[in-house]
Design a protein around this ligand. Structure first.
Ligand code: MN
Length: 269
């Protein structure tokens, strides 16, 4: 009798629900009335360093032109204009484990593919209109990330006053290392950040050169969006962004986090 009922429910529900059905009578009743999901869509997660836990990613926010020298090289005034933000889809995440080199396919449509090394803040909670002095209370941890960019498309679309989407928010455009809980690293307010291509240092700065600190970024973002647990923020890149081609290896460093490395491989067929 029980088996029959379980089979019946199992046939009508996604696989993940079957375990719940077996768990208890209460869970069984709850699951039986839950709406059916048409198919499984994976939750994007990033491993947490030193733990079996994974950090579930809700949204990826990125801040633009957050180092004065980079703002200048991109042709804008580095004075404290309000920070601006864009998003990447969560499945743009490409996790790369420390000590490994991730294969990163050169994307379609571009002839000028750029690296941007960035500190990433991961939130455990959020809210609206978060004051700067409370902002860091929402940070779960930090990671090292790359905001990969089809620079030619980003520039062309900007010139045409069209959305950047295709220049910034494409598949695999967000390589990232594991998230390190704040309790193990503290907050990142200063310290070296660098990127090398094939062993030659290209980007080399200090987190203290960010125009808007992580706390200020969270506060400003929360004026525009209700932030929530699972949101991550790519906090901007220093100057000397530049192109890579298939065969190049990128090595990113932030003091206090393990290195992040990817190899650019030929485009996917
Ligand atoms: Mn960036």
């Amino acid at each position: 009798m029980t088996t029959n009922r379980r089979e019946m429910l199992g046939a009508a529900l996604p696989l993940g629900a079957v375990g719940l059905v077996a768990a208890s009578g209460a869970a069984r009743a709850q699951v039986a009335s839950a709406p059916r999901t048409l198919f499984e869509v994976p939750q994007v997660t990033v491993p947490v360093a030193g733990s079996e836990a994974r950090f579930p990613v809700r949204r990826i926010y990125c801040i633009g032109r957050n180092y004065a020298a980079h703002a200048r090289e991109m042709g804008s005034d580095p004075n404290r204009e309000p920070p601006f933000f864009f998003q990447k889809p969560t499945d743009a995440i490409q996790f790369v484990a420390p000590g490994t080199v991730g294969d990163h396919p050169y994307p379609s449509l571009t002839k000028n593919y750029h690296y941007e090394v960035e500190l990433v803040a991961a939130l455990k909670s959020g809210g609206r209109n978060i004051p700067i002095n409370a902002a860091l209370d929402h940070v779960y941890g930090y990671a090292l990330g790359l905001d990969m960019t089809r620079r030619d498309l980003q520039r062309a679309l900007g010139d045409e006053k069209k959305p950047w989407e295709i220049g910034k928010s494409f598949d695999r455009s967000a390589p990232i290392g594991p998230i390190h809980p704040v309790e193990t690293t503290g907050h990142f307010k200063e310290g070296p950040i660098s990127l090398a291509v094939n062993g030659t240092v290209k980007q080399n700065s200090d987190l203290k050169n960010m125009i808007w600190s992580v706390a200020e970024q969270i506060s400003k973002l929360s004026e525009a969006f209700e932030l929530k647990a699972g949101d991550i923020i790519y906090s901007g890149t220093p100057e000397n962004v530049g192109p890579v081609v298939a065969g190049d290896t990128i090595l990113c460093k932030i003091q206090g986090l393990p290195d992040l490395s990817v190899r650019i491989i030929p485009p996917l067929a």
